[in-house]
Design a protein around this ligand. Structure first.
Ligand code: ATP
Ligand code: MG
Length: 199
């Protein structure tokens, strides 16, 4: 049987409960063999607006987040390729790695609404089924150019932006970020934290 693979791309700065709950529930709902949390090398739509943590640190956090979780994997392809991260290129290289596999590009509704700004989005839509999950907040209109597959997942009001603020303010991360990820943040002194400081 050819594989059914979910591609869930992101900056993951840091990865959190919302990412994991989404990946696990989409995998279940669509009977996917695997969901790859693909770490963007250069999230070109974000760079400039704020400092993005080094790709190696974000990959280490995602690897820690998925360790021991059935059917979830951290993807390093975009980091290995270097340069700006385009999903069209990633799907092409995953297709070569997994011949015959069927791909599902998974996005939250905030990312879905911007999909027309993606590089070669027509290729993304032709190489994969577009899957959208709702995030908390007002419903968002999806670009009608595409057929969307909607999957209901628990709506969790968690974002990396809020988590970075929490770290700066010294507010707790407990249960929002898994322990192994917190350990990496602490050990590497990410987000301006003193190395080894308690969170
Ligand atoms: P930031 O606040 O820095 O933008 P983020 O929490 O949105 O971070 P990203 O790395 O930007 O995380 O998101 C990667 C993907 O995960 C996107 O498709 C986004 O919509 C989705 N996503 C992020 N948080 C959630 C959540 N709580 N529930 C569902 N999807 C989410
Ligand atoms: Mg985001």
């Amino acid at each position: 049987m050819p594989l059914r693979i979910g591609l869930f791309g992101g900056t993951f700065d840091p990865p959190h409960l919302g990412h994991l709950v989404t990946a696990i529930n989409v995998r279940h709902a669509l009977s996917l063999d695997l969901v790859i949390l693909m770490v963007a090398n250069d999230p070109w739509q974000k760079t400039g607006a704020r400092t993005v943590s080094p790709a190696a640190d974000r990959l280490a956090m995602v690897q820690a987040a998925v360790a021991g979780v059935d059917g979830l994997e951290a993807g390093a392809d975009e980091i290995e390729r270097g340069g700006p991260s385009y999903t069209a290129d990633t799907l092409k290289s995953l297709g070569i790695k997994h011949p015959g596999a069927r791909f599902f590009t998974i996005v939250g509704d905030d990312a879905a609404t911007n999909i027309l700004t993606w590089e070669r989005v027509d290729e993304v839509a032709s190489m994969s089924t577009l899957v959208v999950v709702d995030r908390p907040g007002a419903p968002i209109d999806l670009p009608s150019e595409f057929d969307w597959r909607r999957v209901e997942v628990p709506r969790l009001e968690v974002s990396s932006t809020d988590l970075r603020c929490r770290i700066t303010d010294g507010r707790p991360l407990d249960y929002l970020v898994s322990e192994p990820v917190v350990a990496i943040i602490r050990k590497r002194g990410l987000y301006g934290l003193r190395v080894g400081a308690q969170l």
